[in-house]
Design a protein around this ligand. Structure first.
Ligand SMILES: Nc1ncnc2c1ncn2[C@@H]1O[C@H](COP(=O)(O)OP(=O)(O)OP(=O)(O)O)[C@@H](O)[C@H]1O
Ligand SMILES: [Mg+2]
Length: 209
């Protein structure tokens, strides 16, 4: 099987971690080898960058610094983990990827979209996921699920998280119009079982199991 990359995207608390665990279990059962990177993070250098990004003490961080740190962490992940895995014909199942940057770093309208895209794409080195799954939930539901222990990004206001949720949906609908095979929008307000059934059927089809 040639290497393939699947990305799970969606607002905080939409269920990415829960679905990744389900995918992991399914692929293990089928004895299919895969790597499961987390973005930001996923490498030692990326983990250090992630810690800076999520530290509530870093209140002074400028938006451009934040953007470049996300892009830097991902550049390391692409070079160290994703490209080698794809080259070795492995499956890559990623918890967030570049769309998170387009959505979160664009949600406060401080940078022209074109510039945000240019900077974000720089860190990808032309890696493009075969399929992306958006776990679509309203901000309120996601934040409620995440509970009170919020990191620096989650502590931003409700209006920010509403913008995130909306930007995800807009982005996914646009991509679906342009290239329907590359994106699936899943209603993640459904019970875990129902979301899992849908997500696993997408993975099964892509992987051919
Ligand atoms: N469909 C669902 N219905 C109800 N609760 C859910 C559902 N999916 C996940 N949860 C619960 O919501 C919480 C957040 O889920 P999870 O950690 O998988 O989300 P996440 O997208 O990885 O969040 P984050 O962006 O913060 O990493 C967990 O307690 C999980 O059990
Ligand atoms: Mg998670």
């Amino acid at each position: 099987m040639p290497g393939k990359m699947i990305v799970l995207e969606g607002p905080d608390g939409c269920g990415k971690g829960t679905m990744l665990a389900a995918i992991k279990e399914r692929l293990k059962e089928k004895k299919i080898e895969a790597v499961y990177p987390v973005d930001p993070g996923g490498t030692e250098i990326g983990r250090q960058i992630r810690a800076i990004l999520l530290d509530p003490a870093n209140k002074k961080m400028s938006r451009m610094t934040e953007l470049l740190l996300y892009v830097a962490s991902r550049a390391q992940l692409v070079e160290e983990v994703i490209r080698p895995a794809l080259a070795a014909d492995k499956l890559v199942i990623c918890d967030r990827f570049f769309v998170s940057t387009l959505v979160y770093q664009g949600a406060e309208d401080w940078i022209p979209e074109r510039k945000l895209e240019e900077i974000t794409l720089l860190g990808l080195d032309l890696i493009n996921p075969d399929h992306m799954i958006l776990l679509d939930v309203p901000a309120e539901i996601g934040l409620h699920r995440v509970g009170k222990d919020m990191d620096r990004m989650e502590q931003k206001g409700l209006s920010f998280h509403r913008a995130v949720s909306q930007r995800y949906l807009n982005w996914a609908q646009n991509l679906r119009k342009a290239t329907p095979g590359r994106i699936t929008i899943v209603d993640a307000t459904q019970p875990v079982e129902d979301v899992r059934t849908q997500v696993l059927s997408i993975v099964d089809e892509l992987v051919g199991i």
